[in-house]
Design a protein around this ligand. Structure first.
Ligand code: ZN
Length: 167
């Protein structure tokens, strides 16, 4: 069994009394060292956004392909610190296949968590490994940079719906 599957199972089974900072760090490091969907988009019809940070090295592009109100691909590229790369990597996995509404919901809970507010850990799944980020103010921007990018794209999507061709 892969490290990710194993730790994911442990994380899931230890919810909601998750109290294993070492395991959470391990998952974050795994996403940093082997980022998922860190690539340029394959094919066409992607929307992209450039995100950077004044307080960190983070400088990434987020690419999203939305089809029929659903995220059919999400990837990213660029450079960043451990937290930004890991959280963006995780985001690309979590939003894949979700409707825009589901992705908004996920995003809402993720942002609530890193800002120290109430959140639903079932919705967040693996992303709960960033639960302690709210205690490190300087890393909040890192943890949310990819999510903020996706949020921007989705907000734009609502204003300019691409699904003009009703069937
Ligand atoms: Zn950073």
């Amino acid at each position: 069994m892969s490290l990710l599957k194993r730790v994911k199972r442990e994380v899931t089974s230890s919810m909601p009394t998750l109290n294993n900072p070492q395991l959470m760090r391990q998952i974050i490091m795994d996403h940093y060292q082997n980022p998922r969907n860190k690539r340029k988009p394959i094919g066409t019809d992607y929307q992209q956004i450039h995100m950077d940070s004044v307080s960190c090295v983070d400088d990434i592009f987020v690419y999203v392909k939305i089809d029929n109100n659903r995220i059919v691909d999400c990837c990213f590229d660029g450079v960043g610190c451990t937290i930004s790369i890991a959280s963006t990597s995780m985001m690309t996995e979590l939003v894949l296949g979700k409707t825009l509404e589901e992705a908004q919901q996920l995003m809402k809970h993720f942002l609530a968590m890193v800002h120290g507010q109430a959140y639903d850990e079932e919705i967040l799944d693996e992303a709960i490994v960033f639960m302690n980020t709210s205690k490190q103010a300087s890393r909040i921007k890192c943890a949310t940079i990819g999510w903020d990018g996706l949020h921007e794209i989705m907000a734009h999507q609502h204003k300019n719906p691409k699904e003009d061709q009703h069937e």
